[in-house]
Design a protein around this ligand. Structure first.
Ligand SMILES: Cc1ncc(COP(=O)(O)O)c(C=O)c1O
Length: 439
């Protein structure tokens, strides 16, 4: 496997030719952030098909938390490949899935006994969390938040609190989904105001007795990297308890040491009813899960949960190895260290460009963001500058992403295994690229 991935790129696979072939062969809805094609990757570096090197500050959108091709993950996958690649968890399951469920049941926060079911993507995990909440409560309603992102399936598009591009042209979405304001001091929404908007949903749109679940990200990802403010998740927990509503915490992007804790909800004092997991769980292999309180997780009847590739044995082998690596290499501590390095570098850049950088968010480990504005005004987002920054970074050999309701947030999600030298090199490239983009 490794040998093949590291073979020299073929001359026929130049970037320009591939871009043309992709445009002809794949729909334009499948966009790409960086206009190059990956040929190989290792750790926190990636090479394109023209053999240009990139430092990877995206990790495949928070997936390769253990870096590309971590040797322990590779070895586990290779071992599994020698035994079998697929038997289907719904036909003949395997011990690795049971072991992984046991380990996730122990790792997900909260004292209640837990059960775990596996799927393939984050969106599928969210869909199944909602299915179980409905089965357990016998109620239809779901409440999600402004700025939320939960996936690209029909149900999850309905849950998203950001329309373009995810929902554009694809409606109508499933019924009984309602939206409350996510608290964000930066945009002038206090915890009190957010709770008041939730109470208004209960008055104007949905009786609490008809509400199956409230779903929330402990740190909004796609929406702009806004952590849930202190006390907010606890307030949601209390409201859910008062009305028999399931609290679903979507940890698809925040999980697996990304934020400096195994799960971002550990920054609060809450136990979710169901937690959704994916991305960083399996080091690059498609695997997702929901872990929830045992009594709730048993609400679906036999056969009600599944999927042909749900809990692939390759994914389970990778995930068990990822859990080992997180513990052995203390990746929670590494995430905090990485966050501090970003904080220092980005605060310096903010001091240099106070008119353009309104906020540096680096309080959740290696989930870091810069909010870009015009004229130093938080109410004047600067998506064009964010686009130019990304272009300059990509030209200079650094992979970074944007996010945010207004597309004006640059986000950083490096592998938690990134060596200090590469981190420093990447931060220096970023500062130079930023200066160039400002012009
Ligand atoms: C919080 C959150 N939930 C769900 C998803 C959807 O995951 P997937 O793209 O694997 O379907 C994402 C993906 O970015 C996410 O960040």
């Amino acid at each position: 496997l490794t040998t093949q991935l590291h073979a020299a790129p073929s001359a026929a696979l130049s970037t320009d030719r591939l871009l043309a072939r992709k445009a002809a062969a794949m729909p334009r809805g499948a966009s790409q952030v960086v206009p190059v094609f990956a040929a190989r990757a290792l750790g926190s570096e990636l090479w394109d098909t023209d053999d240009r090197r990139y430092i990877d500050f995206a990790a495949g959108i928070a997936v390769c938390n253990t870096g590309h091709l971590h040797p322990h993950v590779n070895a586990a996958v290779r071992q599994q490949l020698e035994r079998f690649s697929h038997s289907c968890i719904m036909v003949t399951p395997y011990e690795s899935a049971v072991t992984l469920a046991e380990r996730l049941n122990a790792a997900v926060p909260g004292p209640s006994p837990k059960k775990t079911m596996f799927f393939t993507t984050g969106a599928e995990a969210v869909e199944n969390a909602v299915k179980i909440a409905r089965a357990h409560t016998g109620r239809p309603g779901v409440i999600a938040f402004t700025g939320a992102y939960h996936g690209r399936t029909l149900l999850t598009m309905g849950l998203n609190g950001k329309v373009a591009p995810y929902g554009t042209k694809f409606g109508p979405f499933p019924a009984s989904i309602h939206r409350a304001a996510f608290p964000c001091a930066y945009h002038g929404v206090s915890v009190e105001a957010a709770i008041a908007s939730l109470e208004m949903v209960f008055k104007a749109d949905l009786m609490p007795a008809d509400c199956a679940a409230i779903i929330v990200e402990p740190v909004q990802g796609e929406g702009g990297f806004y952590p849930a403010p202190a006390g907010f998740l606890e307030r949601l927990r209390a409201i859910c308890d008062a009305h028999g509503i399931m609290l679903i915490l979507d940890e698809v992007q925040t999980g697996f040491a990304r934020t400096g804790r195994m799960f971002a909800s550990e920054y609060a004092d809450v136990e979710a009813d169901i937690v959704t997991l994916a991305k960083g769980m399996a080091g690059g292999f498609p695997l997702s899960a929901i872990t929830g309180r045992a009594g709730i997780m048993d609400a679906a009847d036999p056969g009600g949960l599944g999927g042909t590739y749900a809990g692939s044995p390759i994914g389970c082998a990778a995930a068990l190895a990822v859990l080992d690596v997180i513990a052995r290499e203390d990746l929670c501590a590494r995430a905090l260290h990485i966050g501090m390095r970003f904080r220092a570098a980005l605060d310096a850049l903010k001091a240099e460009f106070p008119q353009h950088i309104a906020d540096v968010r680096a309080e959740r480990g290696a989930m870091v963001a810069l909010e870009l504005v015009e004229s130093g005004r938080p109410d004047c987002p600067a998506p064009d500058l964010a686009r130019r920054v990304l272009v300059e970074c990509h030209r200079a050999g650094l992979i970074v992403l944007s996010c945010g309701l207004y597309g004006n947030v640059v986000r950083f999600l490096p592998a938690l295994t990134i060596p200090d030298e590469l981190l420093g090199e990447g931060l220096a490239i970023f500062a130079q690229a930023f200066r160039k983009a400002v012009g």
